[in-house]
Design a protein around this ligand. Structure first.
Ligand SMILES: N[C@@H](CCC(=O)N[C@@H](CS)C(=O)NCC(=O)O)C(=O)O
Length: 215
């Protein structure tokens, strides 16, 4: 793997891509996309990702955006890491949780993170209580599903770590900062604590703390 990863390590979607890249141990070049300075809106970056959002990847002249598509691509370049099951049903199971992440889990958490953390950091004012309340209701609905699924399981899919664990757990990288209400979900707390012990998680966390230094 030798790709350019455009990312803002503090944000959960960028965290997800860097986490997988770090786990795969590949050599990549981090291109710091400073969302706090509007770097995602530059002409140069817009040519890479017309959505003007991070993350994005360049592998030669191949450009890819959408964090789940990116991690799928990275994992596919290193099948020996075993993050994508070899069998159809196993792969479908991983895909199911990744789609669930982008349609249910990420939107609920992203709103809470935006209202409680991002707005404050980027000078957008205080949290909108009604938005937070709506997002918390969504969060509790989907967190209940995840918590139930994790009962008796170490990983989301099968008996080993997969891309699904990384995709879903990455959204919790801001759990503390955004005061996500995880107390009623012991299985989620157990599972995410286990992922947080991975060397790749620790390495990515360190990049989050000093994003500019890592760039
Ligand atoms: N579905 C996209 C979401 C990307 C996204 O919304 N990124 C946010 C940061 S986490 C962003 O770049 N926001 C900047 C903006 O909207 O101006 C993915 O998973 O890659």
């Amino acid at each position: 793997m030798s790709v350019k990863i455009h990312a803002f390590p503090a944000s959960p979607r960028s965290f997800k891509v860097l986490l997988v890249a770090n786990h795969l141990g590949g050599d990549y070049e981090l291109c710091f996309c400073d969302l706090s300075k509007g770097a995602q809106k530059s002409d140069l970056y817009t040519a890479v990702n017309p959505n003007q959002k991070a993350p994005a990847v360049e592998d030669g002249d191949f450009r890819l955006w959408e964090s789940n598509a990116i991690i799928q691509y990275l994992a596919a370049t290193m099948p020996e890491a075993g993050l994508l099951p070899a069998d159809e049903k196993g792969r479908a199971d991983v895909a199911r949780w990744m789609f669930w992440e982008s349609t249910s889990w990420d939107p609920a958490i992203a709103t809470i993170v935006f209202e409680r953390v991002v707005k404050g950091l980027f000078g957008g004012g205080g949290p909108d209580a009604a938005e937070v309340e709506k997002a918390l209701q969504k969060f509790n609905r989907v967190a209940g599903i995840l918590n139930q699924h994790l009962k008796g399981r170490d990983y989301l899919c099968g008996d080993s770590l997969s891309l699904a664990d990384f995709a879903v757990a990455a959204d919790l990288s801001m759990a503390e900062a955004a005061s996500l209400p995880l107390e009623p979900y012991p299985e989620i707390r157990r599972w995410s604590a286990q992922l947080a012990e991975l060397p790749a998680w620790k390495a990515t966390r360190a990049m989050q703390q000093t994003p500019a230094a890592a760039a």
